[in-house]
Design a protein around this ligand. Structure first.
Ligand code: HEM
Length: 504
């Protein structure tokens, strides 16, 4: 029975499974001390653990749902043993605050997914470094050069331009069925590549062309990084063997991806290193990295991380909000009324977004029910510490279940209903101070891309509502729209949202 659980859990071919089991048992016998967290006194409560695998058999494909259910049984702070990894999950605003504010210093290191443990790249990581000097330098650089008010101001034109291209494309495709996620992703990816490289790397029209290789590679890297079934993470003694090929597969994709911008980096490097270069000539974020002496490895790593962190999250925010809007025509009508009152131009610009308070409430409501990063990115305890009088052992993986908090009747009235009105006149915001709504996290690891991400989400949604009526293909019933999600680095729809856009 236990073997069935393990084989099905790990999805390994049988011979590989037998080999890994033998190797694994030898290591386990030798290294029983590694199962140390089972001996820790006063761990947060959790379900009983089986020998060796602990609670692996309960993990499933949807950790946000599984841990939300376990929290109902065991309380707001639970612990699980996944192989050798101790996992701690918080599911209420109070515990989230204890982790992200009170113990922020000790609980802000990272557990690095196997996919991203690449020897040549990890020393240059912003997302996966502990809070060390590299992390501080990279965050500061991104804050000042990408996310400052000045930088965002100069990105407005770019963003409006990319969204203009999306609107033109959808007009040309009027009446045809569109994979919404695909076109929104391309638009947001190009927004980011224009900020970073000063040019688009994808083409909305290039559905099956050469550039699609880049899109596919980025999607696969994100998929590898978000794998729930990661044997190396559960049994670090086996990590070096990369039994599922996750590390090798990701590196192959990394190499494929870097080729797409290699020539751009070379060209700009030659320019920045030339004797005639002056800082006023800088046109994009890459120029700033080159001025700061970044090596190719440093550039490749940072840029891939910005793509991974900044495209899927924003796409998922837009697509989930659109899904809810397809279901809730009355909400669309209110947004349209607001636009008729506030917007007098043909196309919406950044400067008009602050007038659209009902639209903003709608986005908050969508993020409450469908947080794009439902468990935050994995935190790690740098030291043993206490949270709510329980012990969190050193190196435990620490998650905050935003998905559970968003659906908790003790936190929200009628939590499963989609009601943007709950945020009208409410001071609750997503900026990391209100622990019931944390789509960007809080504390030192909070998302640095919040201002840029929100601008994109608001402008894409506002523009699509302003310009088009959306219809489900084949007369589909909006009330029966499939709401299943798929866990990964970002929480996506399991099936794409396909819509027909009709110009108003
Ligand atoms: C709606 C869009 C977005 C959402 C919901 C979102 C959410 C998040 C969350 C929840 C985290 C992890 C916080 C934690 O672990 O405690 C995070 C981290 C991060 N995000 Fe975002 N994000 C978004 C957009 C962006 C954009 C546009 C960028 C950059 C272009 C970006 C860059 C990053 C980076 C670099 C980190 C890692 C920070 C660190 O580890 O110190 N994000 N984001």
């Amino acid at each position: 029975m236990m073997m069935d659980y393990i084989t099905s859990f790990l999805d390994l071919p049988f011979p590989l499974f037998v080999l890994s089991t033998v190797v694994f048992l030898i290591f386990i016998v030798k290294q029983t001390k590694l199962l140390s967290s089972s001996n820790v006194k006063n761990l947060p409560p959790g379900p009983p653990k089986l020998p060796i695998i602990g609670n692996l058999h309960q993990a499933g494909d949807k950790p946000h749902v599984v841990t939300a259910d376990l929290a109902k049984q065991y309380g707001p702070l639970i612990s699980l043993q996944l192989g050798q990894q101790c996992l701690v999950v918080a599911s209420t605003p109070e515990v989230a605050m204890a982790i992200l504010k009170t113990q922020d210093r000790l609980l802000s290191s990272r557990v690095v997914p196997n996919a991203f443990q690449q020897e040549s790249l990890i020393p240059h990581s912003l997302i996966w470094s502990d809070c060390n000097q590299t992390w501080k330098t990279l965050r500061t650089l991104c804050r000042t050069e990408m996310f400052s008010a000045k930088a965002l101001g100069s990105q407005s034109r770019l963003r409006e331009e990319k969204i203009g291209k999306l609107l033109d494309f959808l007009q040309q495709k009027e009446g045809q069925t569109i994979n919404t996620e695909d076109v929104v992703f391309t638009t947001l990816f190009n927004t980011l590549t224009s900020i970073i490289f000063g040019q688009d790397l994808l083409d909305l029209k290039d559905e099956h062309g050469a550039l699609d290789g880049l899109k596919e590679s980025i999607h696969k890297i994100i998929e590898y990084g978000g794998r729930v079934k990661d044997i190396g993470a559960f049994f670090p003694v086996l990590d070096r063997f990369d039994l599922q090929g996750i590390r090798k597969g990701t590196m192959r994709l990394y190499k494929k991806t870097f080729v797409y911008w290699k020539h751009i980096v070379e060209e700009r490097r030659a320019l920045v290193n030339s004797s005639t270069w002056s800082s006023e000539q800088a046109e994009c974020f890459l120029d700033r990295l080159l001025e700061n002496g970044f090596s190719n490895d440093q550039i490749d790593q940072l840029i891939t991380e910005l793509f991974v962190a900044g495209t899927n999250t924003t796409t998922s925010s837009v697509v989930w909000a659109m899904t809810e809007l397809v279901k809730h025509k009355e909400v669309v009508s209110k947004i349209v009324e607001e636009m008729e009152r506030e917007i007098k131009s043909d196309r919406i610009t950044h400067s008009q977004l602050s007038k659209l308070t009902y639209l903003q409430a709608t986005i908050k409501e969508a993020m409450r029910l469908h947080p794009p990063v439902p468990l935050l990115l994995p935190h790690r305890a740098a030291e043993t510490c206490e949270v709510m009088n329980y012990t969190i052992p050193k190196d435990a993986k620490v998650l905050v279940n935003l998905w559970a908090m968003g659906r908790d009747p003790n936190v929200w009235d009628d939590p499963l209903s989609f009601k943007p009105e709950r945020f009208i006149g409410s001071k609750i915001d997503y900026k990391g101070q209100d622990f019931e709504l944390l789509p960007f996290g809080s504390g030192r690891r909070m998302c640095p891309g919040l201002p840029s991400g929100m601008m994109s989400v608001e402008l894409v949604l506002a523009s699509l509502i302003h310009e088009f009526d959306w219809v489900l293909p084949d007369g589909g019933d909006p009330l029966k729209i499939d709401m299943n999600d798929k866990f990964g680095i970002a929480l996506k729809r399991e099936n794409p949202l396909k819509l027909i856009f009709k110009h108003k």
